[in-house]
Design a protein around this ligand. Structure first.
Ligand code: GMT
Length: 377
């Protein structure tokens, strides 16, 4: 198949899922065309059967807000036409599904261009639910040829928020279990780059938006660091980074916290850690936790959204109410001090990732979803 993919190319879960999906589809012989304002950050530009089409948004003195959605729709229709795409797949409803809808209509006289919208999270729970965007988001969801969501929680939330009765297929986030894995040849050396042999290594991975509650990460780690030698790796960047740095400094733990910025290759770093901290206010799935699980790293997180679908409390991780920093800290200390329990949980996390969430299991679900749309046309 020839598949067009649109996503936010910046550091974030929906962009990661879209990019990894494109890479996996191309590896299975499909031709993939990314259409966005920048090359998605996990692409190198050298992948076989993957093409990138930049959307440039011309400015004009009259435009206070340059119309990206229109430029995107134009480019989508051109790429679909020139490269004979079978299907467009947009990630994050706003504004991508509206642009896809326009592109489909622009081409309607000459060809059919079905599009799939994948809902990821705040496109429904925050931005989409905002009255300014709700009617257009609902319209674009209803008009999509196919809609998928990344957890059952998000499927239910979409029906509830938008009152839509259209079928939404749940296709979960996935991870490449062959890449996200402990590697005895390199993992110990990477760990040694960051931590002394006696230090526990905790990690947080996100785009540091308020919803991620990165201050809670620092607070939890401060409690852990009072009890044992420990180090925290903060991976990613975003609006809350500076307040997290300030908090680490005021709690006098900044020498134990490494802010690593937006790393591309987290598959090598994650296996070198012991515990993932994900104390988010909301998480429709929690891709960072899945990537950690695949690397035998359990998560201490919050019992919100789709997280309990991924993490079984007490078996593959530990979940607490949002903001319960003390409970998360105590649980982290207890787990890190009980190496046998930590190992059992780490193994269970890897097994759960392998059983349900490996790319090799999930990508065929997307392929079948595309085929079903093309059959219906
Ligand atoms: O909805 C968002 O916040 C955007 C998105 C992103 O780009 O970071 O994150 C969501 O999509 C991920 C991939 O499907 C999920 O794993 C995240 O749980 C989800 N984030 C939230 O729901 C906050």
């Amino acid at each position: 198949m020839k598949i067009g993919i649109t996503c936010y190319p910046t550091y974030g879960g929906s962009g990661v899922v879209a990019t990894e999906l494109g890479i996996e589809l191309a590896a299975r012989g499909h031709e993939v065309h990314f259409i966005s304002y920048a090359q998605p950050f996990r692409l190198t530009g050298r992948e076989e059967r993957i093409h990138f089409h930049e959307v440039s948004v011309s400015n004009y003195p009259l435009f206070e807000f340059p119309p990206y959605s229109l430029a995107l729709a134009s480019r989508m229709s051109e790429v679909a036409n020139y490269y004979n795409l079978d299907v467009l797949h947009v990630h994050y409803a706003i504004p991508h599904s509206v642009s896809a809808l326009l592109a489909r209509q622009m081409l309607a006289r000459t060809r059919r261009l079905p599009f799939v919208t994948t809902l990821h999270g705040t496109d429904i729970t925050l931005v989409g639910a905002d009255r300014a965007y709700l009617p257009i988001t609902r319209y674009a969801i209803d008009e999509s040829d196919g809609v998928t969501s990344i957890s059952d929680y998000l499927r239910r939330k979409t029906a509830e928020t938008f009152g839509t009765t259209r079928p939404i297929e749940v296709i979960s986030n996935f991870v490449n279990c062959d890449l996200y894995v402990r590697n005895p040849q390199i993992t110990p050396a990477i760990r040694a780059q960051y931590a002394a042999p006696d230090e526990a290594v905790l990690v947080h991975l996100s785009n540091f938006r308020p919803v991620k509650r990165v201050q809670d990460v620092i607070q939890v780690f401060a409690c852990v660091a009072r009890e044992m030698p420990a180090r925290l790796l903060m991976v990613g960047d975003g609006p809350e980074r500076s307040s997290a740095e300030w908090l680490a400094t005021s709690l006098k733990i900044s020498d134990r916290v490494n802010f690593l910025g937006k790393l591309d290759q987290v598959n090598e770093l994650l296996p070198a850690t012991d515990l993932m901290l994900l104390p988010s206010e909301m998480e429709s799935f929690g891709l960072a936790a899945l990537e950690a699980m695949s690397c035998e790293v359990p998560t201490i997180g919050t019992n919100v959204g789709g997280v309990p679908e991924l993490i079984e409390h007490g078996v593959t991780g530990l979940l607490f109410p949002v903001g319960d920093v003390d409970a998360m800290a105590q649980a982290a200390v207890a787990l890190l001090q009980d190496r046998a329990r930590l190992r059992t949980m780490a193994t269970a996390a890897r097994q759960r990732a392998q059983k349900t969430y490996c790319a090799s299991r999930v990508i065929p679900q997307y392929e079948e979803f595309y085929r079903s749309l093309l059959r219906d046309s």
